[in-house]
Write a protein that binds this ligand. Structure first.
Ligand code: PEP
Ligand code: MN
Length: 358
């Protein structure tokens, strides 16, 4: 259920609706929009009578949301969500490039990577301090030491840090350093971790599980929003298929599919999405052409010596080339992106009129 407020509704009207929702034993989610505020309701096991809210001051209408995911749905919020990461807008008009190594390996390595990312016009720095590795004998990351080196790199370059939290035990520590917390593909359905991320004040980068459907992906994001954190960026990173010419199959069609169903921004990881360096740049360009809001790409000063994922990491020169080509494509499609986002907003508004379930 969604309670849509009139454009002129004030804070007192909004508070009154929230009080009514909480009094019924449900949770309220205030969703500010360009034209009006909406209030999402979660925690109800069955349909709620729209009459509970329609008579309250400032309420325009109460509508049932037809999708199983509510807060991430465009029905709930027609406008695109823009997530700010250390002052960088993800999901706005400009594409955002995030680069850095798979793992933080040393202070020098992350500083060199950060300088390369910055020089190429990248705005965010990635690097794992806690690594979810397939083998327990592989390098597992430098833990807090790695987080400290990331903070040093931010201090020197000004780049915001994106780094992964792999469990609830270390979440708080990661949160204290990160500008954006990554939830990896293997943890996309770790519901306690998702809920913990939902109680964070920091933005979350949620990667698609390697065999998850679009619906499961959006439901995972819904876990985070349902706890009150609306700053979620989705990330396509390839799925498992029979194909063996790549590590994963990058499913770029999910970019427009997400943009129709959800207001959340979606970026693409062509590094894990292909697993092969020679395919990273072509798929990065294709991602931008497909309308992604940005990229997260593995970059290492000397990929051949990387402790993890070197075979899919770009060197600084390749990253700079990729960045230039991506910007050229984004520039070429700038008007198309603007029109598409207007149309999506319109679709969202029209979609609301045809809703029948809850
Ligand atoms: C990573 O970003 O280094 C990573 C492990 O990604 P994913 O969870 O997509 O495999
Ligand atoms: Mn990696």
């Amino acid at each position: 259920m969604l309670v849509v407020m009139k454009a002129q509704a004030g804070p007192a009207d909004i508070a009154q609706v929230c009080e009514r929702i909480e009094a019924l034993g449900f949770k309220s989610h205030i969703i500010p929009g360009e034209q009006r505020t909406a209030i999402g309701i979660t925690g109800n096991s069955g349909p709620i009578d729209t009459a509970e809210f329609e008579h309250l001051p400032g309420v325009a209408e109460a509508i049932r949301v037809s999708k199983s995911y509510k807060l991430v749905s465009r029905e709930t919020k027609p406008e695109n969500t823009v997530v700010l990461v250390n002052g960088v807008a993800v999901g706005g008009r400009e594409i955002v490039l995030c680069g850095g190594p798979c793992s933080v390996e040393s202070r020098e390595q992350i500083l060199e990577s950060a300088r390369a990312v910055k020089a190429a016009g990248g705005e965010l720095l990635r690097g794992g301090a806690y690594k979810p590795r397939t083998s327990p004998y592989s390098f597992q990351g430098l833990a807090e030491e790695g987080l400290r080196y990331l903070a040093d790199a931010r201090e020197e370059t000004g780049l915001g840090i994106v780094t992964e939290a792999v469990d609830t035990e270390t979440f708080e520590l990661v949160e204290s350093y990160a500008d954006c917390i990554q939830i990896g593909a293997r943890n996309m359905q770790n519901f306690s971790l998702l809920r913990r991320a939902g109680r964070s004040q920091k933005p979350v980068l949620l990667k698609r599980g390697m065999s998850s459907t679009l619906e499961e992906f959006l439901m995972a994001a819904e876990y985070i929003l349902s706890e009150g954190n609306y700053k979620v960026i989705l990330c396509e990173r390839g799925v498992r298929t029979f194909a063996d010419h790549t590590r994963n199959t990058l499913d770029l069609s999910i970019v427009p599919a997400v943009q129709i169903l959800s207001h959340l921004p979606i970026i693409v990881d062509p590094s894990h999405g292909t697993g092969k360096r020679d395919k990273v740049i072509p798929m990065a360009l294709a991602s931008i052409a497909a309308g992604a809001s940005g990229l997260i790409v593995e970059v290492h000063p000397v990929p051949e010596r990387a402790l993890s994922d070197g075979y899919q990491s770009l060197n600084p020169i390749e990253f700079a080339e990729m960045a230039n080509e991506c910007r050229a494509i984004a520039e070429l499609l700038a008007d198309k992106r603007r029109i598409a986002s207007l149309q999506k907003n319109d679709l969202g508004l029209r979609g609301k009129r045809a809703i029948n379930g809850d």
